[in-house]
Design a protein around this ligand. Structure first.
Ligand SMILES: Nc1ncnc2c1ncn2[C@@H]1O[C@H](COP(=O)(O)OP(=O)(O)OP(=O)(O)O)[C@@H](O)[C@H]1O
Ligand SMILES: [Mg+2]
Length: 293
């Protein structure tokens, strides 16, 4: 379990040299599974004693992990998710996006969402992507995006996921599609406006027909903007009164993507099935296709 709370506690104690080492590790992990101590010496320009000191501090905060010499044949280090969190949070603070972090407000399949506070005191949602936290096999699903890379790291996959979701929100929000307002993205972290509503799965709506209509309207609106959600379900729809918000756009594809049609059918079917089972509202997915053309 990644402890963002511990990262937040460590941040005020961290010095520029600590970040220098984290950044060097981040870069070198593109090429090495275990980054040799000697590469870090070169990359950071620190002397051996200083680098050793920095690495032991980072190790104490669980931001790095060290190999045993026996396993890989040399002394090497890896960045851990806590170290990646520290880099992203520091950058977001320096950019004036974030001032503080509050409690956890959501846990998804592959992400943790925390309350964030902006320098002006506004409430934000800060989504940390955690793909691969349970197993490496999940990372393999992302081969499609990374086939040109020799080495698929969780760093890369999680950053790519945050970038993609941010990109989707940047397309959708300005067109008026009902999605959270995007604020910023750094590495594997996406910052957006915080919403108050609850997941469809956790609530009982008073007017299911109206809610279903709103969901399909917004879904179609996204298609007009050229974006297929690709992971639509009662867990990724938020209800606020009779209004809805479509969230979790990490798996989107463009309408021209070869799988687009299939994904649209699955998304619409998921939603129609859910409303039929839970509320007895009968809407055939075919109606959606007839209306939306
Ligand atoms: N902007 C937000 N404001 C308030 N709560 C949010 C916000 N975004 C997400 N949440 C909460 O966090 C939960 C998880 O978010 P989300 O669905 O985006 O992640 P996920 O299911 O892990 O995503 P992914 O499929 O990308 O790994 C949501 O269901 C919701 O309860
Ligand atoms: Mg979700």
């Amino acid at each position: 379990m990644v402890m963002v709370e511990r990262v937040v506690q460590a941040l005020p104690e961290m010095e520029p040299e600590d970040f220098k080492v984290l950044r060097a590790l981040e870069l070198e992990m593109r090429r090495h599974d275990w980054v040799p101590f000697d590469r870090l010496l070169e990359r950071t320009g620190l002397d051996e004693k200083e680098l050793g000191y920095r690495l032991s501090r980072l190790d104490r905060w669980d931001m790095v992990v060290r190999t045993r010499r026996q396993t890989v044949g040399y002394l090497g280090y890896q960045l851990r998710p806590e170290g990646y969190d520290a880099l992203a949070l520091r950058a977001l603070v320096d950019q004036g996006v974030l001032e503080g972090l509050g409690p956890e407000i959501g846990v998804g399949k592959e992400a943790d969402v925390y309350l964030g506070i902006s320098p002006k005191g506004a409430q934000l949602a800060v989504k940390f992507n955690r793909i691969g936290r349970t197993s490496y096999t999940k990372i393999k699903r992302y081969r499609e995006y990374v086939k040109d890379k020799r080495h698929i790291s969780w760093l890369y996959v999680n950053r790519l996921t945050a970038e993609r979701e941010f990109e989707a929100l940047l397309h959708l929000y300005p067109e008026g599609v009902s999605v959270p307002r995007p604020v910023a993205q750094n590495r594997h972290v996406l910052v957006m406006e915080r919403f108050e509503g609850r997941e469809l799965a956790e609530t009982r709506v008073e007017n299911p027909e109206a809610v279903l209509n709103r969901v399909l309207e917004e879904y179609e609106h996204a298609l007009e903007v050229g974006v297929v959600h690709g992971d639509l379900s009662q867990f990724n729809i938020v209800v606020e009164g009779d209004d809805v918000l479509l969230i979790d756009w990490a798996h989107w594809v463009e309408v021209s993507h070869p799988s687009a049609r299939e994904l649209v059918e699955r998304d619409v079917r998921n939603v129609c099935d859910y409303f039929r089972r839970k509320y007895g509202v009968h809407r055939h997915p075919r109606e959606f296709f007839e209306n939306s053309g």
